[in-house]
Ligand binder design. Sequence first.
Ligand SMILES: C[S@@+](CC[C@H](N)C(=O)[O-])C[C@H]1O[C@@H](n2cnc3c(N)ncnc32)[C@H](O)[C@@H]1O
Length: 235
Amino acid sequence: MSTFARASVKQGFLDDLYGRIARRYDLVNYVQSLGMVGLMRRDAAAFVGRGVVLDAGAGSGDLAAVCLGAGASRVVCLDRSPEMFRVARAKLASYERAGRVRFVLGDVARMPFRDGAVDNVGSAFLFRNIPATDAAVGEMRRVLKAGGRVVVADVFAPPKGLTGAVYRIYLNVMVPLWGRLIAREGVAYRYLSASIQNCFSAAELAGRLAAAGFADVRAEPKFFGIAYVVKGRSP
Ligand SMILES: C[S@@+](CC[C@H](N)C(=O)[O-])C[C@H]1O[C@@H](n2cnc3c(N)ncnc32)[C@H](O)[C@@H]1O
């Protein structure tokens, strides 16, 4: 676990990792989360899927797709990984409203957008990975219009008690196993498992959003507290 201590993980390591697992990312993600990821994205999209939506750390484009389905007029996908975008483009090409999605290669900690550029902003399964959490939160606040909504869907540090104990076993044994069997990337999935166990709590992220100036911030637990959808708005 110490190999992947949160403070020691560098952006270059993450870029390389997502480049390698991009092609199999969707399948492994779905299998190892037992379908939970889809439900969380739907919850997030129901909250922010209106007007122009920024999908921060959009990856293979699933949150963007659900936001379009929920009624967003346009979605801007921001991510550092060209490989993840290749998967997203191929997937979204068959969507009737694919022309409403724009792909921007860039960093969530230094977004290439003007202040107040988007109506709503969302991210799914981004935050526990990135080294520059506060910079990313600050950028989300900066590019969001007054009155706009923010949502962060993710898995955070495991809960305490029996649920947490069982979950840790699943993370340590099954997640790397799925990764090795489906994506042939056991090490990458050991990192992803460690990134959950080394993560801050949803309450801490909610505090950081509030400290950055977001209002009405609340962390809604999902699946016995394994995952959270954190919601707020720009005052
Ligand atoms: C676990 S994937 C989540 C993808 C997608 N949001 C989803 O719902 O499946 C994390 C994504 O964040 C991206 N990422 C990591 N660090 C980033 C950064 N600093 N700026 C932008 N994207 C980043 C990765 O390239 C990857 O596509």
